[in-house]
Ligand binder design. Structure first.
Ligand SMILES: [Zn+2]
Length: 295
């Protein structure tokens, strides 16, 4: 291994335990990339065009056209774009990317693309710590919190149900959302990939699913939230924190049937909304159990 590049050495070190999607094939690609010669002319490509060879791994393929998925393909470029701009021109927001290798060496987003570069692009690794080699990792967050686009209201309620700090209003405009994400260091969740390409957004995630429960499951898995959640600790309406409250203090607000059948209550510190373990709680608990058993 003495003449192996450090990145390749690291990959080989992990070779015995890698089950990461795409990573085994990434290993093969790395080992053979330097021996391969670029196929000069893809269909329609002219001799004088500048081009690079791209390969995207794992879930980054979700953003690609079918013919670009799980394979190497050539991408033309003009002048000297940064690798970030080139990758985003293919349709992948920078927030989804955790490692870029150019001819097997890690580069940052500002790397100026050169003719015939072989570029491999990876998303977050689920089990492998690449912080020592990656040059595209965003600065770490001290706390995990989210801000959601206006069309993700149901997901916002589900995240709050898990006790996750979730900023959401159905009338936030794009400027406000970008500002909140940047200033409050919240992870922006959106179904619009173009909004994640904004430079000001450092932490973001493209929500792939359309069903709110499937979305929640995907987010719990992606951000490894299973052991961080505190169900029913946050107000679903306003994101405020809940505290236990003596029934005597709020019983005048309760419906007679609720007053008769329930003893334990919580109240939002922010908006005053009162919660108890009624039918809504049972329904949410069922959703929660399903998610936790499947993640
Ligand atoms: Zn509230």
């Amino acid at each position: 291994m003495s003449d192996t590049h450090p990145v390749q050495a690291l990959l080989f070190d992990y070779g015995g335990v890698i089950a990461e999607e795409g990573f085994a094939s990434g290993l093969m690609a790395l080992a053979t990339e330097q021996a391969l010669r670029v196929n000069l002319l893809d269909e329609g490509m002219q001799k004088h065009d500048s081009f690079v060879r791209l390969r995207f791994y794992a879930e980054l393929n979700d953003f690609l056209l079918p013919w670009q998925q799980q394979t190497n393909f050539h991408q033309r470029f003009e002048q000297t774009p940064s690798v970030k701009d080139l990758i985003e021109s293919v349709g992948i927001p920078h927030t989804e990317i955790r490692l870029i290798l150019v001819d097997s060496k890690p580069v940052d987003f500002n790397y100026a693309v050169k003719h015939k570069d072989h570029i491999s692009i990876y998303p977050a690794f689920k089990r492998l710590d690449i912080s020592t080699i990656s040059k595209t990792q965003p600065s770490p967050l001290s706390t995990l919190s989210f801000v959601l686009d206006t069309h993700l209201g149901k997901l916002a309620r589900h995240l709050r149900m898990l006790g996750l700090d979730t900023a959401y209003k159905n009338d936030f405009n794009d400027e406000e959302l970008a500002h909140i994400s940047a200033c409050e260091r919240r992870i922006r969740l959106t179904r619009d990939r173009n909004l994640l390409k904004r430079k000001v957004i450092e932490h973001g995630y493209f929500v792939r699913e359309t069903d709110a429960v499937a979305q929640l499951k995907d987010i719990v898995l992606h951000f490894r939230l299973k052991h961080k959640i505190q169900p029913f600790s946050r107000c679903i309406v306003c994101n405020g924190q809940l505290r236990r409250i003596d029934k005597k203090r709020i019983q005048h607000q309760l419906h007679p049937m609720t007053r008769q059948h329930y003893e334990d209550f919580k109240q939002c510190k922010n908006c005053g909304k009162v919660y108890w373990k009624g039918s809504h709680y049972v329904k949410m608990n069922t959703t929660l159990s399903t998610i936790l058993s499947e993640t």
